[in-house]
Design a protein around this ligand. Structure first.
Ligand code: GDP
Length: 444
């Protein structure tokens, strides 16, 4: 998972300060020192770390007094806000041209994930925004880049404009945009060539392409796994081209998070999307606030709920969200969720979005290997309606019956009941974190 090490360290630091009813200057100093080390270890740019730590120190010492939070919680709030600000405060939206089509030019080094991201973004625009995009294959240098985009286009049933590898890339993008206009596409995504390193010839060519089609958006694609190299590359591209935003790819494999945390501060360009895997639908809109919450272990319920919403109807998702907030989920809801969960992707990713999931002992047991889901489902399906509604009914004979009915053991049944209780406890804890309305002991 992205940010694993950083999340662990910051959460450990925060848990030390969380319960404090009084935060002394020495406490803040100690916390700041630990945050600094955690960020440096996560490969965050050292200048960025220095500024960041300076700001949280200043704010944590002279903090505004808020009645609903303990001083310790206020410090966490400051860190959360500053982490969010570091990654760009708010979600940064994709440009929309006054006159269609909106032209998006993808730039970046070879292997950064440009071609894949172009297709992912086209898919996102069609699926989430109801748009009608077209792709243009202008990477004439990387062997097979054009084939790759065409294959992706076929898979998506989306048109890909190409003129082979012999044509001039400037002509390709110019004609591609013309064709998109003629065919009434509202977005056109240009996959351009990269090199292994930034060089003058590459920049010249990209500049010419940009001059020829005047893109509304120049998205710089960088590989998060390369850490500070990604930041340096971003700086170079940004200096020479009219970059308007960044797509961080391979965030799924980036356990440190240095690029994600430095790139905005260094380039002053917003991160617009994050690639979270190789599959075509593994592109996420980048939400700084949610990312910060995820890093601090406060969970990312919004992303989780959004993910659920793309798979269920909205009303039902809202109902479930309410139930989760009130921690009165039943096994019936649980079953329904399990089914959705199965269509949402790997269990681990989903769990990582839940508040406190990394720390909670119960949740560690919930690191279900996917094959177990079937067993859990069988157990729940063997319960009577009343049992599903009220697990407290469960006595030894009922458990035996359920175990028999589901082809499992009483131990398995007990384990699931325990996990379910842990989950509910966690939800309770989580609902006390949701803003200042409800006061909670543990969270913020
Ligand atoms: P290009 O040379 O910039 O066009 O790079 P490609 O689009 O061919 O991507 C290079 C490799 O990175 C491919 O194997 C992709 O499947 C992989 N890739 C791209 N984006 C992601 C991502 O978000 N996560 C992971 N794990 N792999 C990715």
């Amino acid at each position: 998972m992205a940010f694993e090490g950083l999340a662990e360290r910051l959460q450990a630091t925060m848990s030390k300060i969380k319960g404090k009813g009084k935060v002394s200057e020495a406490d803040v100093k100690e916390m700041a020192r630990e945050v600094r080390l955690a960020l440096l270890e996560a490969d965050v740019n050292f200048k960025v770390v220095k500024q960041f730590v300076g700001r949280i120190k200043e704010r944590a010492v002279g903090q505004e007094v808020m009645k609903s939070l303990t001083p310790g919680q206020q410090v966490i709030k400051v860190v959360n806000e500053e982490l969010t600000a570091l990654m760009g405060k708010e979600e940064s939206k994709l440009a929309v041209a006054d006159k269609a089509p909106t032209v998006i030019m993808m730039v970046g080094l070879q292997g950064s994930g440009k071609t894949t991201t172009a297709a992912k973004l086209a898919n996102h625009l069609r699926k989430e925004k109801n748009r009608n995009p077209m792709l243009v294959a202008a990477d004439v240098y990387r062997p097979a880049a054009i084939d790759q985009l065409q294959t992706l286009g076929k898979q998506l049933e989306m048109p890909v404009f190409s003129k082979g590898t012999e044509a001039n890339p400037v002509d390709i993008v110019r004609e591609g945009v013309e064709q998109a206009k003629a065919e009434n596409h509202d977005y056109v995504l240009l996959d351009t060539a990269g090199r292994l390193h930034v060089d003058e010839a590459l920049m010249d060519e990209l500049q010419q392409m940009s001059d020829a089609v005047e893109p509304h958006e120049v998205l710089l694609v960088v590989d998060a796994m390369t850490g500070q190299d990604a930041v340096n590359v971003a700086e170079q591209f940004n200096d020479q081209l009219p970059v308007s935003g960044v797509v961080l790819t391979k965030l799924d494999g980036d356990t440190r998070g240095g690029a994600a945390l430095s790139i905005r501060a260094v380039t002053e360009q917003p991160i617009k999307f994050a690639g979270m895997g190789e599959k075509i639908d593994q592109l996420e809109t980048f939400h700084p606030e949610r990312m910060a919450s995820r890093i601090l272990g406060m969970g990312d319920m919004l992303s989780l709920i959004e993910k659920a919403q793309t798979n269920v109807d909205e009303e039902r998702a809202k109902e479930l969200e309410k139930k989760m907030r009130n921690a009165d989920l039943t096994f019936e809801d649980f079953l329904e969720q399990l089914e959705q969960v199965k269509s949402m992707g790997p269990m681990e990713d989903i769990l990582s979005m839940m508040p406190g999931a990394g720390k909670m002992k119960g949740m560690k047991n919930m690191q279900v290997d996917e094959s177990q889901i079937g067993r859990i489902e069988a157990i729940v399906r063997s319960m009577t309606k009343a049992e599903k509604q009220d697990p407290k009914l469960m006595n030894a004979s009922r458990k035996r019956r359920i175990a028999k009915g589901s082809g499992t053991s009483v131990q398995d049944v007990n384990k699931l009941l325990k996990q379910f209780e842990d989950m509910k406890k966690m939800m309770k804890q989580m609902s006390s974190m949701g803003g200042g309305k409800k006061k909670g002991k543990g969270g913020m």
